[in-house]
Design a protein around this ligand. Structure first.
Ligand SMILES: Cc1cc2nc3c(=O)[nH]c(=O)nc-3n(C[C@H](O)[C@H](O)[C@H](O)COP(=O)(O)O)c2cc1C
Length: 399
Protein backbone atom coordinates (compact mmCIF):
# COMPACT_ATOMS: atom_id res chain seq x y z
CA UNK A 1 0.00 0.00 0.00
CA UNK A 2 1.42 3.41 -0.97
CA UNK A 3 2.06 5.84 1.88
CA UNK A 4 -0.53 8.56 2.33
CA UNK A 5 2.49 10.90 2.59
CA UNK A 6 3.56 10.33 -1.03
CA UNK A 7 3.75 13.65 -2.86
CA UNK A 8 2.51 15.65 0.15
CA UNK A 9 4.17 19.05 0.54
CA UNK A 10 5.18 19.37 4.17
CA UNK A 11 6.89 22.33 5.82
CA UNK A 12 8.83 21.34 8.93
CA UNK A 13 9.40 24.35 11.20
CA UNK A 14 12.40 23.86 13.47
CA UNK A 15 12.73 25.99 16.64
CA UNK A 16 15.41 26.75 19.20
CA UNK A 17 15.23 23.65 21.37
CA UNK A 18 17.93 21.27 22.44
CA UNK A 19 15.91 18.66 20.49
CA UNK A 20 16.34 20.58 17.20
CA UNK A 21 18.80 17.99 15.89
CA UNK A 22 16.10 15.32 16.18
CA UNK A 23 14.10 17.09 13.46
CA UNK A 24 16.64 15.76 10.94
CA UNK A 25 15.42 12.20 11.57
CA UNK A 26 11.81 13.35 11.10
CA UNK A 27 12.69 15.04 7.82
CA UNK A 28 14.50 11.94 6.55
CA UNK A 29 11.59 9.65 7.51
CA UNK A 30 9.02 11.88 5.82
CA UNK A 31 11.13 11.98 2.68
CA UNK A 32 11.55 8.21 2.69
CA UNK A 33 7.74 7.96 2.80
CA UNK A 34 7.59 10.08 -0.34
CA UNK A 35 6.79 13.54 1.08
CA UNK A 36 8.25 16.69 -0.44
CA UNK A 37 9.73 18.37 2.63
CA UNK A 38 10.94 21.94 3.11
CA UNK A 39 12.42 23.23 6.36
CA UNK A 40 11.98 26.67 7.93
CA UNK A 41 14.23 27.46 10.90
CA UNK A 42 13.92 30.15 13.51
CA UNK A 43 17.02 32.17 14.25
CA UNK A 44 17.31 30.43 17.62
CA UNK A 45 17.16 27.01 15.91
CA UNK A 46 20.32 27.85 13.98
CA UNK A 47 22.14 28.03 17.34
CA UNK A 48 21.45 24.31 17.75
CA UNK A 49 21.85 22.85 14.25
CA UNK A 50 23.07 24.25 10.94
CA UNK A 51 20.77 24.87 7.97
CA UNK A 52 23.16 22.92 5.73
CA UNK A 53 21.99 19.64 7.31
CA UNK A 54 18.36 20.31 6.44
CA UNK A 55 19.19 21.67 2.98
CA UNK A 56 21.00 18.39 2.25
CA UNK A 57 18.22 16.19 3.66
CA UNK A 58 15.40 18.04 1.89
CA UNK A 59 17.16 19.09 -1.34
CA UNK A 60 15.48 22.46 -0.89
CA UNK A 61 16.91 25.74 0.41
CA UNK A 62 16.09 26.26 4.08
CA UNK A 63 13.71 29.14 4.77
CA UNK A 64 15.35 31.41 7.30
CA UNK A 65 14.70 35.06 6.95
CA UNK A 66 11.64 37.21 7.04
CA UNK A 67 13.53 40.00 5.32
CA UNK A 68 16.14 38.41 3.03
CA UNK A 69 18.80 40.59 1.37
CA UNK A 70 17.21 39.71 -1.96
CA UNK A 71 13.51 40.13 -1.26
CA UNK A 72 12.29 38.61 -4.59
CA UNK A 73 8.65 39.53 -5.10
CA UNK A 74 8.57 40.95 -1.59
CA UNK A 75 5.54 38.93 -0.52
CA UNK A 76 7.05 35.45 -0.39
CA UNK A 77 5.32 34.66 2.91
CA UNK A 78 1.94 35.22 1.27
CA UNK A 79 2.72 32.64 -1.44
CA UNK A 80 3.42 30.21 1.35
CA UNK A 81 -0.27 30.10 2.22
CA UNK A 82 -0.89 27.71 -0.69
CA UNK A 83 2.48 26.06 -0.99
CA UNK A 84 2.14 23.39 1.67
CA UNK A 85 -0.35 20.66 2.53
CA UNK A 86 0.72 20.64 6.17
CA UNK A 87 3.04 22.49 8.56
CA UNK A 88 4.72 20.47 11.32
CA UNK A 89 6.53 22.52 13.96
CA UNK A 90 9.10 20.13 15.43
CA UNK A 91 10.45 20.77 17.94
CA UNK A 92 8.01 23.51 18.95
CA UNK A 93 9.27 25.85 21.66
CA UNK A 94 7.05 27.46 24.29
CA UNK A 95 7.97 30.68 22.50
CA UNK A 96 6.60 29.70 19.05
CA UNK A 97 3.38 28.28 20.53
CA UNK A 98 2.82 31.47 22.52
CA UNK A 99 3.35 33.51 19.37
CA UNK A 100 1.13 31.32 17.17
CA UNK A 101 -1.65 31.37 19.76
CA UNK A 102 -1.65 35.17 19.77
CA UNK A 103 -1.01 36.03 16.11
CA UNK A 104 2.50 37.35 16.74
CA UNK A 105 4.34 37.34 13.42
CA UNK A 106 7.76 38.79 14.19
CA UNK A 107 9.91 36.34 12.27
CA UNK A 108 9.48 34.03 9.30
CA UNK A 109 8.15 30.82 10.92
CA UNK A 110 5.77 32.76 13.18
CA UNK A 111 4.52 34.69 10.14
CA UNK A 112 4.00 31.47 8.20
CA UNK A 113 1.95 30.06 11.09
CA UNK A 114 -0.22 33.14 10.93
CA UNK A 115 -0.88 32.80 7.24
CA UNK A 116 -1.34 29.12 6.43
CA UNK A 117 -4.78 27.51 6.40
CA UNK A 118 -3.58 23.92 5.97
CA UNK A 119 -3.44 21.57 8.99
CA UNK A 120 -0.72 22.50 11.51
CA UNK A 121 0.84 20.12 14.01
CA UNK A 122 2.99 21.27 16.93
CA UNK A 123 5.46 18.85 18.51
CA UNK A 124 6.48 20.54 21.77
CA UNK A 125 9.82 19.85 23.46
CA UNK A 126 10.92 21.70 26.55
CA UNK A 127 11.85 21.56 30.20
CA UNK A 128 9.01 20.16 32.33
CA UNK A 129 8.60 23.44 34.20
CA UNK A 130 8.28 25.31 30.94
CA UNK A 131 5.67 22.79 29.70
CA UNK A 132 3.52 22.94 32.83
CA UNK A 133 3.76 26.73 33.04
CA UNK A 134 0.27 28.26 33.00
CA UNK A 135 1.02 30.52 30.05
CA UNK A 136 2.37 27.63 27.97
CA UNK A 137 -0.68 25.53 28.79
CA UNK A 138 -2.98 28.43 27.93
CA UNK A 139 -1.27 28.73 24.53
CA UNK A 140 -1.66 24.98 23.95
CA UNK A 141 -5.37 25.15 24.85
CA UNK A 142 -5.86 28.10 22.52
CA UNK A 143 -4.08 26.40 19.64
CA UNK A 144 -6.11 23.23 20.12
CA UNK A 145 -9.34 25.21 20.29
CA UNK A 146 -8.52 26.72 16.91
CA UNK A 147 -8.14 23.27 15.37
CA UNK A 148 -4.37 22.86 15.57
CA UNK A 149 -2.99 19.53 16.71
CA UNK A 150 -0.58 19.84 19.62
CA UNK A 151 1.00 16.48 20.38
CA UNK A 152 1.50 15.78 24.09
CA UNK A 153 5.22 15.58 24.78
CA UNK A 154 6.66 12.37 26.21
CA UNK A 155 7.39 11.95 29.88
CA UNK A 156 10.99 10.95 30.56
CA UNK A 157 14.57 12.11 30.86
CA UNK A 158 15.04 15.69 29.74
CA UNK A 159 18.21 17.38 28.55
CA UNK A 160 19.08 18.68 32.01
CA UNK A 161 18.76 15.14 33.42
CA UNK A 162 15.52 16.20 35.09
CA UNK A 163 12.61 13.82 34.55
CA UNK A 164 9.15 15.03 33.56
CA UNK A 165 6.72 15.84 30.76
CA UNK A 166 8.35 17.81 27.99
CA UNK A 167 10.43 15.30 26.07
CA UNK A 168 10.40 15.38 22.28
CA UNK A 169 8.45 12.27 21.17
CA UNK A 170 9.82 9.41 19.10
CA UNK A 171 9.82 10.14 15.36
CA UNK A 172 7.49 7.18 14.83
CA UNK A 173 4.79 8.82 16.97
CA UNK A 174 5.11 12.11 15.09
CA UNK A 175 4.90 10.42 11.70
CA UNK A 176 1.83 8.46 12.91
CA UNK A 177 0.11 11.74 13.88
CA UNK A 178 0.98 13.30 10.51
CA UNK A 179 -0.26 10.23 8.63
CA UNK A 180 -3.49 10.18 10.59
CA UNK A 181 -4.08 13.86 9.94
CA UNK A 182 -3.66 13.28 6.20
CA UNK A 183 -5.82 10.16 6.13
CA UNK A 184 -8.61 11.94 7.88
CA UNK A 185 -10.99 12.41 5.03
CA UNK A 186 -12.83 15.56 4.13
CA UNK A 187 -15.83 13.50 3.07
CA UNK A 188 -18.36 15.89 4.64
CA UNK A 189 -17.19 19.01 2.83
CA UNK A 190 -20.24 20.98 1.68
CA UNK A 191 -22.61 18.89 3.83
CA UNK A 192 -24.88 20.15 6.57
CA UNK A 193 -25.08 18.16 9.77
CA UNK A 194 -27.45 18.56 12.72
CA UNK A 195 -26.47 16.76 15.92
CA UNK A 196 -28.49 16.49 19.12
CA UNK A 197 -26.61 15.80 22.33
CA UNK A 198 -26.88 15.62 26.10
CA UNK A 199 -29.83 15.00 28.39
CA UNK A 200 -33.07 16.95 28.60
CA UNK A 201 -34.57 18.32 31.81
CA UNK A 202 -38.29 17.98 32.37
CA UNK A 203 -39.52 20.33 35.10
CA UNK A 204 -41.39 19.11 38.16
CA UNK A 205 -41.56 22.65 39.52
CA UNK A 206 -39.43 25.78 38.90
CA UNK A 207 -36.42 24.30 40.74
CA UNK A 208 -36.66 20.54 40.24
CA UNK A 209 -36.55 18.37 37.20
CA UNK A 210 -36.36 14.82 35.88
CA UNK A 211 -33.24 14.15 33.83
CA UNK A 212 -30.76 11.38 33.06
CA UNK A 213 -27.05 10.72 33.27
CA UNK A 214 -26.12 11.61 29.69
CA UNK A 215 -22.96 13.74 29.64
CA UNK A 216 -23.29 14.80 25.99
CA UNK A 217 -19.73 13.67 25.25
CA UNK A 218 -20.66 11.33 22.39
CA UNK A 219 -22.81 13.92 20.61
CA UNK A 220 -20.22 16.67 21.08
CA UNK A 221 -17.51 14.35 19.72
CA UNK A 222 -19.72 13.55 16.70
CA UNK A 223 -20.26 17.27 16.06
CA UNK A 224 -16.52 18.04 16.35
CA UNK A 225 -15.60 15.11 14.07
CA UNK A 226 -18.14 16.20 11.43
CA UNK A 227 -16.72 19.74 11.52
CA UNK A 228 -13.18 18.37 11.14
CA UNK A 229 -14.38 16.38 8.11
CA UNK A 230 -15.55 19.60 6.48
CA UNK A 231 -19.26 19.76 7.41
CA UNK A 232 -21.22 22.79 8.50
CA UNK A 233 -22.48 21.68 11.91
CA UNK A 234 -25.32 22.75 14.18
CA UNK A 235 -25.42 21.16 17.62
CA UNK A 236 -28.67 21.15 19.59
CA UNK A 237 -27.58 20.47 23.13
CA UNK A 238 -29.33 19.79 26.40
CA UNK A 239 -27.54 20.99 29.55
CA UNK A 240 -23.94 19.72 29.69
CA UNK A 241 -20.68 20.79 31.31
CA UNK A 242 -18.76 20.54 28.03
CA UNK A 243 -16.81 23.13 26.02
CA UNK A 244 -18.66 23.89 22.79
CA UNK A 245 -16.95 22.13 19.88
CA UNK A 246 -14.84 24.38 17.67
CA UNK A 247 -16.65 26.22 14.87
CA UNK A 248 -20.04 24.52 15.34
CA UNK A 249 -23.26 26.46 15.83
CA UNK A 250 -24.51 25.67 19.34
CA UNK A 251 -28.23 25.80 20.16
CA UNK A 252 -28.83 25.28 23.87
CA UNK A 253 -32.11 23.78 25.03
CA UNK A 254 -33.46 22.30 28.26
CA UNK A 255 -36.61 20.27 27.68
CA UNK A 256 -37.61 17.64 25.12
CA UNK A 257 -40.16 20.15 23.74
CA UNK A 258 -37.45 22.78 23.25
CA UNK A 259 -35.21 20.21 21.60
CA UNK A 260 -38.04 19.24 19.27
CA UNK A 261 -38.67 22.88 18.36
CA UNK A 262 -34.94 23.51 17.67
CA UNK A 263 -34.65 20.40 15.49
CA UNK A 264 -37.87 21.21 13.60
CA UNK A 265 -36.69 24.75 12.89
CA UNK A 266 -33.48 23.53 11.26
CA UNK A 267 -34.28 20.17 9.77
CA UNK A 268 -35.11 21.02 6.19
CA UNK A 269 -31.71 21.91 4.81
CA UNK A 270 -29.76 19.16 6.58
CA UNK A 271 -27.95 16.27 4.93
CA UNK A 272 -27.46 14.34 8.17
CA UNK A 273 -29.39 14.25 11.42
CA UNK A 274 -27.55 12.54 14.28
CA UNK A 275 -29.86 11.93 17.24
CA UNK A 276 -27.32 11.32 19.98
CA UNK A 277 -29.26 13.16 22.72
CA UNK A 278 -30.77 11.20 25.59
CA UNK A 279 -34.20 12.78 25.27
CA UNK A 280 -36.54 12.10 28.19
CA UNK A 281 -39.14 9.41 27.51
CA UNK A 282 -41.45 10.83 30.17
CA UNK A 283 -42.23 14.27 31.51
CA UNK A 284 -44.32 15.45 34.50
CA UNK A 285 -47.94 15.92 33.45
CA UNK A 286 -48.47 19.22 35.11
CA UNK A 287 -45.34 20.97 36.42
CA UNK A 288 -46.07 23.12 39.46
CA UNK A 289 -45.73 26.87 38.92
CA UNK A 290 -44.35 27.41 42.37
CA UNK A 291 -41.76 25.41 44.27
CA UNK A 292 -43.46 22.45 45.92
CA UNK A 293 -42.86 22.98 49.62
CA UNK A 294 -41.97 20.34 52.21
CA UNK A 295 -45.18 19.16 53.82
CA UNK A 296 -47.17 19.79 50.63
CA UNK A 297 -49.98 17.40 49.81
CA UNK A 298 -48.39 16.88 46.44
CA UNK A 299 -46.13 13.86 46.94
CA UNK A 300 -46.39 12.03 43.66
CA UNK A 301 -45.51 13.06 40.12
CA UNK A 302 -47.81 12.09 37.29
CA UNK A 303 -45.95 11.35 34.06
CA UNK A 304 -46.84 11.50 30.40
CA UNK A 305 -44.87 10.50 27.31
CA UNK A 306 -42.39 13.15 26.14
CA UNK A 307 -42.43 14.01 22.40
CA UNK A 308 -40.75 11.48 20.14
CA UNK A 309 -38.58 13.84 18.11
CA UNK A 310 -37.85 11.40 15.31
CA UNK A 311 -41.54 10.63 14.88
CA UNK A 312 -42.44 14.32 14.89
CA UNK A 313 -40.05 15.23 12.09
CA UNK A 314 -41.07 12.38 9.80
CA UNK A 315 -41.81 13.64 6.34
CA UNK A 316 -39.84 16.86 6.87
CA UNK A 317 -36.42 15.32 6.39
CA UNK A 318 -35.04 13.30 3.51
CA UNK A 319 -31.36 13.13 4.50
CA UNK A 320 -29.53 10.43 6.42
CA UNK A 321 -30.98 9.81 9.86
CA UNK A 322 -28.81 8.19 12.51
CA UNK A 323 -30.59 7.11 15.70
CA UNK A 324 -28.98 5.92 18.93
CA UNK A 325 -30.13 3.15 21.17
CA UNK A 326 -29.07 2.42 24.71
CA UNK A 327 -29.65 -1.21 25.67
CA UNK A 328 -28.50 -3.63 28.29
CA UNK A 329 -27.18 -6.07 25.72
CA UNK A 330 -26.17 -6.32 22.09
CA UNK A 331 -29.59 -7.46 20.93
CA UNK A 332 -29.14 -6.39 17.34
CA UNK A 333 -32.52 -7.68 16.26
CA UNK A 334 -34.26 -5.31 18.66
CA UNK A 335 -32.05 -2.42 17.55
CA UNK A 336 -32.71 -3.21 13.89
CA UNK A 337 -36.45 -3.15 14.55
CA UNK A 338 -36.09 0.24 16.26
CA UNK A 339 -34.16 1.51 13.22
CA UNK A 340 -37.02 0.40 10.93
CA UNK A 341 -39.70 1.82 13.23
CA UNK A 342 -37.94 5.17 13.38
CA UNK A 343 -37.28 5.30 9.64
CA UNK A 344 -33.54 5.68 10.34
CA UNK A 345 -30.78 4.64 7.95
CA UNK A 346 -28.47 3.72 10.82
CA UNK A 347 -28.73 2.95 14.49
CA UNK A 348 -25.80 3.12 16.86
CA UNK A 349 -26.16 0.75 19.81
CA UNK A 350 -24.39 1.41 23.12
CA UNK A 351 -24.88 -0.77 26.14
CA UNK A 352 -25.45 0.89 29.50
CA UNK A 353 -24.26 -1.93 31.70
CA UNK A 354 -20.75 -2.19 30.37
CA UNK A 355 -17.99 -0.95 32.70
CA UNK A 356 -15.70 1.68 31.09
CA UNK A 357 -18.19 2.61 28.35
CA UNK A 358 -21.42 4.48 27.67
CA UNK A 359 -23.04 7.22 29.76
CA UNK A 360 -20.71 9.76 31.43
CA UNK A 361 -17.61 7.80 30.40
CA UNK A 362 -14.93 9.22 28.09
CA UNK A 363 -14.96 5.88 26.29
CA UNK A 364 -17.49 3.97 24.33
CA UNK A 365 -18.03 0.62 22.67
CA UNK A 366 -20.76 0.57 20.04
CA UNK A 367 -22.28 -1.33 17.16
CA UNK A 368 -23.33 0.47 13.98
CA UNK A 369 -26.36 -1.19 12.42
CA UNK A 370 -27.53 -0.38 8.90
CA UNK A 371 -29.99 -1.75 6.38
CA UNK A 372 -27.58 -3.37 3.99
CA UNK A 373 -24.52 -4.43 5.95
CA UNK A 374 -23.80 -6.73 8.86
CA UNK A 375 -23.54 -4.88 12.21
CA UNK A 376 -20.11 -3.25 12.59
CA UNK A 377 -18.52 -3.36 16.03
CA UNK A 378 -16.42 -0.37 17.13
CA UNK A 379 -14.42 -1.70 20.10
CA UNK A 380 -13.81 0.23 23.32
CA UNK A 381 -12.00 3.50 22.55
CA UNK A 382 -12.19 7.20 23.49
CA UNK A 383 -15.46 8.78 22.30
CA UNK A 384 -13.50 11.14 20.03
CA UNK A 385 -12.15 8.14 18.14
CA UNK A 386 -15.50 6.32 18.15
CA UNK A 387 -17.06 9.51 16.71
CA UNK A 388 -14.69 9.49 13.75
CA UNK A 389 -15.28 5.79 13.21
CA UNK A 390 -19.05 6.28 13.25
CA UNK A 391 -18.69 8.98 10.60
CA UNK A 392 -16.44 6.73 8.54
CA UNK A 393 -19.16 4.07 8.68
CA UNK A 394 -22.12 6.27 7.85
CA UNK A 395 -20.36 8.01 4.97
CA UNK A 396 -18.83 4.83 3.55
CA UNK A 397 -21.55 4.35 0.95
CA UNK A 398 -21.05 7.95 -0.22
CA UNK A 399 -17.42 7.42 -1.22
C1 LIG B 1 20.55 25.47 25.66
C2 LIG B 1 19.15 25.93 25.46
C3 LIG B 1 18.16 25.00 25.27
C4 LIG B 1 16.83 25.39 25.09
N1 LIG B 1 15.87 24.43 24.91
C5 LIG B 1 14.59 24.81 24.78
C6 LIG B 1 13.59 23.83 24.59
O1 LIG B 1 13.84 22.62 24.54
N2 LIG B 1 12.29 24.25 24.46
C7 LIG B 1 11.95 25.56 24.53
O2 LIG B 1 10.76 25.85 24.43
N3 LIG B 1 12.89 26.52 24.69
C8 LIG B 1 14.20 26.17 24.81
N4 LIG B 1 15.15 27.14 24.98
C9 LIG B 1 14.77 28.54 24.95
C10 LIG B 1 14.55 28.99 23.51
O3 LIG B 1 15.72 28.72 22.73
C11 LIG B 1 14.22 30.48 23.45
O4 LIG B 1 12.96 30.67 24.06
C12 LIG B 1 14.21 31.02 22.05
O5 LIG B 1 13.87 32.39 22.10
C13 LIG B 1 13.21 30.29 21.20
O6 LIG B 1 13.14 30.86 19.92
P1 LIG B 1 12.25 30.27 18.75
O7 LIG B 1 10.96 29.88 19.33
O8 LIG B 1 12.15 31.41 17.78
O9 LIG B 1 13.00 29.12 18.16
C14 LIG B 1 16.49 26.76 25.14
C15 LIG B 1 17.49 27.70 25.32
C16 LIG B 1 18.80 27.29 25.49
C17 LIG B 1 19.87 28.34 25.68
Amino acid sequence: MGSVLKGKRILVGVCGSIAAYKASELVRTLRKDGADVTVAMTEAATQFIGPATFAAFTEHPVMLEQFPDDPGSGIAHVDIADRFDMVVVAPATANIMGKAAHAVADELLATILNIVECPVIFVPAMNYRMWRNDATQAAVTRLRASGKLVIDPDVGDLATLAVGAGRYPETERIVAAITEAFSYSQRLTGKKVLVTAGPTREPIDPVRYISNRSSGKMGYALAAAARAMGAEVALVSGPTALEPPFDCELLKVETADEMLAAVKARIRAQDFLIMAAAVADFQPVDPAREKIRRGSQRTSIGLKAAPDIIKEIRGRFDGTLVAFSLQANDDHQRARQKMLDKGAQYIVVNSYNEPEAGFESDNNHVWVISHEREPVELPLAPKKIIARQIWEEITRSQE
